[in-house]
Design a protein around this ligand. Structure first.
Ligand code: OFO
Length: 169
């Protein structure tokens, strides 16, 4: 059985993951409106991946006899001044999520909740990838410095992204 304190903390994280899904859906729509369909595809898959993270926590909570309480999800920003600004915002957001996961992991240790701590290891590792993925695109966008040709090629590259749905979660 999971403690009330851990249950509350996981419910907060569920809201963070849902907000992530919402934010990346908003970015996907921004890219669609900017005729950058490859960027939009990448962000749609990222949004689905966040729903996978949510499902992973929901399943864990249910397995531990916790009660999942869904709270209101804040409205995300809907426009950015350029693709670089959107991906910088995504990278900043992932750094925030990493901090949330680290705080959750610390709380599990303090609570001597070994099951939660072991469960969260997957998220700690995942966040390394989440930050790296967003940052790689930020760096590429900076290198091309707004050149339309570069943006066109990058759009085709991002259109190749697969996965993201976390079917196993
Ligand atoms: Fe759930 O990792 Fe991104 O936000």
């Amino acid at each position: 059985m999971i403690s009330q304190a851990m249950q509350d903390a996981f419910n907060k994280q569920i809201n963070e993951e849902l907000y992530s899904a919402y934010l990346y859906a908003a970015m996907a729509n921004y890219f669609e409106a900017s005729s950058l369909k490859g960027f939009a595809h990448w962000m749609r898959l990222q949004s689905e991946e966040e729903l996978g993270h949510t499902r992973r926590i929901v399943t864990f909570m249910n397995d531990r006899g916790g009660r999942v309480i869904l709270d209101a999800v804040a409205a995300p920003q809907v426009d950015w001044e350029a693709p670089l600004a959107a991906f910088e915002a995504a990278y900043t957001h992932e750094c925030h999520i990493s901090a949330c996961i680290n705080a959750l992991s610390t709380k599990a240790m303090e609570e001597k909740d070994h099951a939660s701590h072991a469960f969260l290891e997957w998220f700690v590792t995942e966040q390394v990838e989440e930050e790296a993925n967003a940052d790689e695109i930020v760096q590429q966008l900076k290198l091309m410095d707004g050149a339309p040709g570069g943006l066109f090629l990058m759009d085709r590259e991002l259109a190749q992204r697969t996965g993201g749905g976390e079917a196993t979660a």
